[in-house]
Design a protein around this ligand. Structure first.
Ligand SMILES: Nc1ncnc2c1ncn2[C@@H]1O[C@H](COP(=O)(O)OP(=O)(O)OP(=O)(O)O)[C@@H](O)[C@H]1O
Ligand SMILES: O=P(O)(O)OC[C@H]1O[C@H](OP(=O)(O)OP(=O)(O)O)[C@H](O)[C@@H]1O
Length: 216
């Protein structure tokens, strides 16, 4: 039998995701924080872990190249992947916001230029306001765009708000909250149900214990 493949997003929440798997008793051999390897197996080779860019995780899962994905909801919404979103892992918590230079308002009656890593999310938000936008698709340091005059506003992730604050920007509207999700390929959910439920139940247990402890 093929191993069940778990696609895990590299980047910020990767360490916390691995810690959750470990706490659930799911260990991958030879894995260590500084490794450059991208594929790992558990001891009995029933599970395979692959590391990839967050934006690629929902694609791998939708196409069945991975059965399970552990990835930020930002990537799921942006890619519009057709997958089951099963469990909120309670990590990687942040939100999507529209921001601009301090003191500048967000007009609702004119076309705007928006700098963002997430053009679909930006477009969907402004579509709902019946507002046309031109997006400038950026790959990072998005907060620079309004400062340098590349775009009037940005749509980006905000966690502490420090990056906005330190660059003289402020939130003008909140779009939605984000966290890291456990997603599953729709066909695998049926064909590999037993193996997937086994991983899911272990993670659910760890997440609910963490939530209970944080309420104490
Ligand atoms: N400031 C933040 N606070 C909390 N979670 C964040 C923050 N920024 C990003 N995230 C979450 O962590 C995931 C990975 O973010 P990170 O910025 O580390 O990715 P990255 O690897 O730099 O991105 P890219 O894939 O664009 O190179 C995001 O998809 C999002 O879900
Ligand atoms: O509200 P804060 O806690 O300041 O976090 C928000 C920042 O974190 C993310 O960027 P990241 O650090 O991933 O860098 P990037 O510019 O390469 O996307 C995001 O794009 C913001 O810039």
């Amino acid at each position: 039998m093929q191993p069940v493949t778990i696609a895990l997003a590299k980047g910020r929440p990767a360490k916390q995701s691995i810690d959750l798997l470990e706490a659930a008793g799911i260990h991958f051999e030879d894995f260590h924080e500084k490794t450059r390897k991208l594929v790992f197996f558990n001891k009995d080779k029933t599970l395979r872990l692959i590391f990839l860019k967050g934006m690629d995780v929902p694609i791998y899962v939708e196409k069945g190249a991975a059965d399970i994905g552990i990835v930020g909801r930002d990537n799921i919404i942006e890619t519009e992947a057709d997958v089951y979103e099963i469990l909120d892992l309670g990590i990687g918590k942040c939100k999507f916001s529209v921001a601009g230079k301090k003191g500048v308002s967000l007009p609702d009656n004119q076309s705007l230029t928006i700098g963002t890593k997430y053009p679909n999310i930006a477009k969907n938000f402004f579509d709902k306001r019946n507002q046309t936008i031109e997006t400038v698709h950026l790959n990072g340091s998005v907060e620079l765009a309004p400062l340098i005059g590349l775009a009037d506003y940005i749509v980006d992730i905000v966690e502490t708000g420090n990056t906005l604050h330190e660059n003289g920007l402020e939130i003008l509207a909140d779009i939605e909250t984000i966290s890291t999700k456990f997603i599953v390929n729709k066909a695998s959910f049926v064909t590999r149900s037993k193996e997937i439920q086994d991983v899911l139940k272990k993670l659910e247990q760890v997440v609910s214990e963490k939530n209970a402890n944080s309420r104490l």
